[in-house]
Design a protein around this ligand. Structure first.
Ligand SMILES: Cc1cc2nc3c(=O)[nH]c(=O)nc-3n(C[C@H](O)[C@H](O)[C@H](O)COP(=O)(O)O)c2cc1C
Length: 378
């Protein structure tokens, strides 16, 4: 049940499969006879340095997957010199995340709830605790249909139904761990006995608009990222509001199914707003080479969701460290094989996208420019 919650996506899980396919369909174009004895994988992101061009994405209910949860993620991220993002639906408090990653960069992800005061109280707590960046997630006006959760009857926290007990027989270690460690305490909410989708629908506010984004921006003293942008037009609108980064993401395929592939949107969004704001990307990253391809097409930074969670589930903090190390090795090796020694040297000349999924041509078409971009001022 916990694995399906992590691995699964919405409806037919097409968004996620396509996003991964798009990375597989990258064709790299290396340059040879370059000195790549020393490779610098670090990048300037949102006013600070990150040792690698990726950070850990915000994840709800992390301690349900493995009880070390966010503490493991934050500590491993801090040790690797990359940012860690805590979700509004996280299972470790803001203060405990800082305790696990006292010297590194912590980012806070905000879901705007119907109860605005409660959401903003959380934001104030994050600012007071030294979180330097706020990610406002905008692709959840309602919950996506996570069919695996429905099938499994998954509740938060998991309840001991006969089906769950049957499921647990094969996985005694997970249950022992779950039942004998500190109970799940949410960063921001109390017990809930429905499915995740029901919980999201009760909490989230489908009226949230660009005006609310501007309002949040005024309240937040640090950097602000809008997470879940999926069109050129919305990227332009968010940039006009002065956000510090737009994060192209379809939530790891967990919201709208058959959504645009963030990697396909990337070059067009970079072209439209890349000189005014940072463009970040997530969804579908399973290899450091995916990250290199994204950087080559203009992404300043990327986030990893499941790639981090598989490490966490396999081995707690050590597992997360291993996952980060694997991705770091892949980034470094791919850079060397491409003939670049710093991320700034990567460019569109290093990557083409094979056209199996074909969205590239459509994005560049006149049709898209006419219908999805604001008309030029007269
Ligand atoms: C199990 C799980 C829980 C997630 N919870 C949240 C969340 O609470 N808030 C949020 O903004 N995004 C959430 N996401 C989306 C991630 O932040 C990120 O956008 C996504 O995982 C990227 O795709 P990837 O898993 O293919 O790397 C979640 C993703 C997963 C897999």
């Amino acid at each position: 049940m916990a694995f399906d919650y992590t691995e699964g996506a919405a409806e037919g899980e097409v968004s996620l499969a396509r996003a991964r396919q798009a990375f597989e369909d990258v064709e790299f174009h290396p340059r040879v006879l370059r000195d790549v004895s020393i490779v610098d994988t670090s990048v300037e992101v949102l006013g600070g340095r990150s040792a690698l061009p990726f950070g850990i994405a915000p994840i709800g209910f992390t301690r349900m997957m493995q009880t070390e949860g966010e503490r493991a993620g934050a500590a491993a991220a801090g040790a690797a010199g990359i940012p860690f993002a805590l979700s509004t639906m996280g299972t470790t408090s803001i203060e405990d995340v800082v305790a696990a990653n006292p010297c590194g960069r912590n980012w806070f992800q905000l879901y705007m709830w119907k109860d605005r005061d409660r959401s903003m109280a959380l934001v104030e707590r994050a600012a007071a605790a030294g979180f330097d960046t706020l990610l406002v997630t905008v692709d959840v006006p309602v919950a996506g249909a996570r069919l695996r959760d429905q099938r499994n009857g998954m509740t938060i926290p998991p309840t001991l139904t006969p089906r769950a007990v049957l499921n647990a027989l094969a996985r005694p270690r997970w249950w022992m761990d779950f039942l004998t460690t500190e109970p799940l305490a949410f960063a921001s909410l109390d017990r809930w006995s429905g499915t995740v989708a029901e919980l999201l629908d009760t909490m989230f506010d489908p009226t949230v608009s660009f005006e609310d984004l501007a309002w949040i921006k005024d309240q937040w003293p640090g950097k602000l990222v809008v997470k879940g942008v999926q069109s050129i037009q919305d990227a332009v609108r968010a940039t006009d509001l002065g956000v510090d980064a737009v994060l192209l993401s379809n939530h790891g395929g967990r919201q709208l199914d058959r959504a645009p592939i963030p990697f396909h949107l990337l070059p067009d969004v970079v072209r439209e707003v890349g000189d005014r704001t940072e463009v970040h990307l997530d969804t579908g990253i399973t290899n450091g080479a995916d990250i290199v391809a994204a950087v080559a097409l203009g992404a300043r930074f990327t986030l990893i969701g499941r790639a981090y969670l598989y490490g966490l589930m396999a081995g707690g903090r050590v597992g997360v460290q291993r996952a980060i190390a694997i991705l770091a090795e892949q980034v470094e090796r791919t850079m060397r094989l491409l003939g670049v020694s710093a991320l700034e040297q990567l460019g569109p000349e290093h990557v083409t996208q094979l056209e199996r999924l074909f969205a590239r041509a459509r994005c560049e078409s006149e049709h898209v420019k006419r219908h999805y971009l604001d008309p030029p001022a007269p």
